[in-house]
Design a protein around this ligand. Sequence first.
Ligand code: ADP
Ligand code: ASP
Ligand code: MG
Length: 596
Amino acid sequence: MSLIVQKFGGTSVADVEKIRAAARKAIRAQHQGHRVVMVVSAMGKNTDRLLELAGEFGPNPPAREMDMLLSTGEQVSVSLVAMAIASLGSRAVSLTGGQIGLHTDSSFSKARIRSISTERIEKLLDDGNIVVAAGFQGIDDDLNITTLGRGGSDTTAVALAAVLGAEACEIYTDVDGVYTTDPRLLPEARRVDVISYNEMLELASLGASVMHNRSIEFAKKFGVPIHVRSSFSDSQGTMIVAEQESESAPVSGAAMTPDEARVTVLGVPDIPGKSLQIFSAIAERKIAVDMVVQNIGDGGKADVSFTVQRNELETTLSALEPILESIGADGITHDDQVSKVSVVGANMANQAGVASQMFRALADAGVNIHMITTSEIKISALVRRDQASDALRAVHRSFKLHETPDDAKSWSQIKADREAEGVEVETLISRLRDDALEALTLTGISLLDGQARVTLSGVPDQPGIAADMFERIGAAGIFVDMIVQGYDGEDGSTSVSFTVNAETLEASLKVANEIAKSHGMRAVQGEAGIAKVTVSGIGLRSHTHVATLLFRTLSDNDINVEMIGTSELQVNAVIDSKSAEAAKQGLEKVFAGSLY
Ligand code: ADP
Ligand code: ASP
Ligand code: MG
């Protein structure tokens, strides 16, 4: 008999009537012949209320007690849902995270799932029950209650679907699917029929809060199809699967994280090992860092900038301040009035002009870009917080995300194609350890040699410069790979670096010099003999130790990292060609245990 997991978010169980409606959906699925596991979130805004209550006792309540408190929200709703099912004449048993044997590590408030024991659930299902599992929570080795992080019920649901071999995981929520961007922010956003795991993982990690990003890691590793749909209607929603909607559209979605913070460590000695010190101190606190940019300044000193979520700024600063002296840095600055706007698309890697189109859209909207980082599947720009909504609207419009691409495929077409071609969705299930479900999963380490880097410094910090620069480079027929624009503490100017194929270095420098002249920039510098090492896998940014291990390996081999670009699927480091082979071998060695 097929098994189905149905997850109901906070608004979908916000009151008695909604709980009844959720119960009816589960009973109906059971009557249709499925075994049904429900995963339920806390009612309405209950988790927020509990957080407020805790706040009454000061800003930093003990982490263990916080998880103890927050887990009660889900305990209330599972019992009520089970009662509702009973009142409608069916059988249900509610279970806490501990009772379903969902074991996690001990990182309170962001615990990772290690293992889930399925016997009890299966026995209850065999006996004809609907199992109602509490989302968002687990227990550690000492039986402490842990929680998975805000929005974590999605991860409970997809993880259960994965280990129980469910046919599908249905996510019932207050929108009728995944949109090209948050429909609450942009009414013109379009509901998509299908989105790929890779795109959704990246979008979720960049602010599309409709799915908890870690749930997509499970879905991808185990090949679980996710159906995101409205709890208030029966209409078809969005399928999150291996395939993408379009094979040509450069961008499939845009996302925004309104509350970001930029941190810059000033005057870091430009020698291997310094980035390691900075990023390992932050990773130890399990803080995910994004948009890492290094500006090589005068006198062998660099400014290292990166972004964190604003609510983690204080912890980040407190991790760094005590070690500034041992790093040999001059100081630290931050800006907490910034937002990150990103575009994501599986097809962007092999298309020219995607970045410049985004920069042009921002320039035309009068939005100034503070920082830029790119990866194979996304481009992020850091902008002023009060310009973030305009920025999101501008890029959404520019990439025509409100229109269905001509070659868009529906879920039914994709399913038909799969059958016709006998396609099996690739998964990593057979190779994963069942006591390390959320462990880092890498799929490869590769090397791209024959690259060159161009750096423009003293780039005026005003709208339109990045657009002009990359349009002119594009017009010269030069294909740009990575782009990094950094914040330059001193005079408000920024510096921009990008990589190109070494064969186009000369042409790139010619254009760069013209650009520098027309915008009054300080200097242009080019370097051939550059290589890019790429670590590929699933959930790389959220596994905060990946960056640490990367920096450690390179520093141990005396290799300087010139540029870095990260996504959930890849970490790319630009280094000197001469060190490339050593870097690759070093990385293969440290990551051996995580390669699947
Ligand atoms: P739940 O409580 O059901 O888990 P969430 O509030 O976590 O619901 O997620 C649903 C919300 O996610 C929507 O109301 C919507 O505002 C927001 N959202 C953000 N990005 C997107 C997107 N790309 N598509 C759909 N919804 C999105
Ligand atoms: N109740 C938790 C939260 O509000 C978990 C969830 O809803 O997914 O974050
Ligand atoms: Mg949610």
